[in-house]
Design a protein around this ligand. Structure first.
Ligand code: AMP
Ligand code: ZN
Length: 561
């Protein structure tokens, strides 16, 4: 572990921050004392010995005397002057040479040494611990998941075998247990049997061992972020309840958004019979019109639940202008989607999607497009040793001449999925310039590059951490949530009992949480109620489907829990 990181973390903690303030106060006091002595020095020199010195000379004299350096280049020649110099020396010894180191040691160094010596990682949770989530292998995905758990006030414990990592995680404010994930005795002490769920991003062999050990203790659901989808069966056989092949999921997310072939309204996901879809305005007769001019409700029964413009979400408004870059988010039934397709695109034209990067995610995207009968072209600088199904053009995708030669100008869709975010941003910018109407989707390897990819021109960006975190919380919390784009989710929640008997307008869900009601589902009614009118009376047999940011989703949980 990097020792400076620990020190920095230590200095940023609450108590240490208070101590820093005390130190700053003490230093200000010293500075004022030096300045006071310097003025007094000037005054005495003139009144006792008729000599003039600048303020800088006064400060210089004070500091050399206080630190007992005393160069002797400026000295008093009178008894009163000697007395003053003696007083300055004594106060220097007391305040600068004795008290300052004492303050530093007692406020910082001693607590720091004490803390690191006293740090004994916890190896056991209290016997009555229940309902916690155990997280093995803190990485970008599990950290994004932890932020979700924090937002929903679900207790979680991070497990690591490494004592130094445990110390660092604890300084970050997490509840940490130190122990070997595959050790049955340790798992018992981590109360794995009573956990609400176990989440692991360890490597697959370690995970198999962990699952087998944890299964002996109880039947808490185990969600696994798998390295390789080919291990899914093994992991399930070992006891994993949910295996999440992240590359395949990301590939599917990218593929479904890169083409509109065969389906003007593009289904992203579903809550039972309620489908959530996207409709790019590009290529439809509605470019340049407003949302209110699409006869959605009358002709298709679908409801517009939002608009996306280069990843920026806005609530639906009949006056919202539709440009070639606008994507309309829709909710409705399968029949509604078919009516829209008939309305918009009687004959789908030639579609071709370019996939830059034929790694695990690019290969998964190609497989999905293949199933949809969408023609695609793959480019990668290396051969994919695990794929024999696809033929890829070999070469560096950032070489624009190669892209041109491969025919990228004729592409309707582009999936940018190399494992290098700089290359992805570069490719997004270059492709957008070359083809303003391209449907461009990109993968962010690090969450902090999502905004840059949108700025470079991507229509849709996904990062593995947000997709993974969404999947994990769906599984463990038995709540449904669909990620539409980074920062916008559609989620399903049971109707809060206290709203029963109220109308949607009276419930003030929008005003309190910022979420909007997309649809109402009822178990006994197969047809979803899409875009329910504000005077709909609520009852407890209903489930809400809402749209909002993760923050608004959290607010809904808090307001109606
Ligand atoms: P994966 O993370 O498994 O999806 O793999 C990412 C893929 O991107 C690998 O197969 C890399 O060879 C590929 N890749 C990375 N940079 C480039 C590039 N500049 N041009 C083409 N392919 C790339
Ligand atoms: Zn492949």
């Amino acid at each position: 572990m990097n020792p400076t990181a620990i020190e920095l973390a230590f200095f940023l903690r609450k108590q240490a921050r208070k101590n820093l303030k005390l130190l700053a106060g003490y230093c200000t006091f010293l500075a004022l004392m030096i300045l006071g002595y310097a003025y007094l020095f000037q005054y005495l020199m003139w009144h006792l010995e008729r000599r003039t010195y600048s303020l800088i000379a006064g400060i210089y004299w004070t500091i050399t005397v206080m630190t007992t350096l005393g160069f002797g280049d400026i000295t008093f020649h009178s008894d009163a002057g000697f007395l003053f110099a003696t007083a300055v020396t004594i106060s220097g010894v007391v305040f600068l040479l004795m008290l300052l180191p004492f303050v530093l040691v007692s406020l910082f160094i001693a607590p720091w040494i004490e803390q690191s010596m006293r740090f004994r990682p916890k190896r056991e949770l209290p016997a009555n611990t229940r309902g916690h989530v155990l997280i093995f292998g803190p990485d970008a995905v599990t950290r994004a998941f932890m932020r979700k758990l924090e937002g929903r006030q679900v207790p979680f414990v991070v497990v690591t075998p490494d004592q130094e990592e445990a110390f660092r995680l604890e300084l970050e404010g997490m509840r940490v247990l130190c122990g070997t994930p595959t050790d049955g005795v340790f798992l018992e002490k981590a109360r794995a049997g009573a956990a609400r769920g176990i989440v692991t991003s360890l490597n697959d062999p370690e995970t198999v061992n962990l699952c087998l050990t944890a299964r002996k203790l109880g039947d808490a659901p185990i969600a696994v972020l798998a390295d390789d989808s080919a291990h899914a069966d093994l992991l399930r056989a070992a006891g994993a309840t949910h295996v999440i092949p992240l590359p395949q999921i990301l590939g599917r997310h990218l593929a479904t958004r890169a083409t509109t072939f065969g389906a003007a309204a593009h289904v992203l996901d579903a809550f039972g019979n309620l489908l959530i879809a996207e409709m790019p305005v590009y290529g439809t007769p509605y470019v340049g019109q407003t949302l209110g001019m699409i006869p959605l409700r009358e002709r298709t029964g679908l409801s517009a639940i939002g608009l996306l413009e280069r990843g920026v979400f806005s609530a639906p408004d009949p006056d919202s202008p539709l440009s070639v870059q606008t994507i309309v988010l829709l909710a409705g039934t399968r029949e509604g989607m078919s009516s829209l397709e008939a309305l918009l695109r009687p004959g789908a034209g030639e579609d071709r999607v370019f996939i830059l990067g034929h790694g695990r995610i690019g290969c998964a995207a190609a497989t999905v497009l293949g199933k949809m009968n969408v023609p695609f072209t793959l480019i990668d600088r290396e051969e994919n040793p695990f794929c024999s199904a696809h033929e890829a053009i070999r070469g560096d995708a950032t070489r624009l001449d190669l892209l041109r030669k491969s025919g990228i100008e004729a592409a309707r869709g582009l999936i940018i999925t190399t494992n290098d975010d700089n290359a992805n941003i570069f490719l997004a910018l270059a492709s957008r310039r070359a083809n303003p109407h391209l449907r461009m989707v990109a993968r962010a390897n690090r969450e902090e590059n999502v905004d840059e990819l949108y700025a470079a021109g991507a229509d849709f960006v996904v990062s593995s951490s947000s997709v993974g975190a969404n999947f994990l919380s769906n599984m463990l919390e038995k709540k449904d949530s669909i990620l539409l784009t980074e920062g916008v989710n559609v989620f399903r929640r049971p109707l809060p009992p206290r709203l029963s008997g109220w109308t949607i307008a009276e419930s003030s869900i929008g005003a309190m949480t910022g979420c909007a009601v997309v649809a109402i589902l009822r178990e006994d009614v197969p047809e979803p109620m899409v875009g329910p009118p504000p005077d709909t009376v609520l009852d407890t047999r209903m489930d809400f489907v809402l749209i909002g940011s993760p923050e608004q989703e959290r607010r809904f949980g808090e307001a109606f829990a």
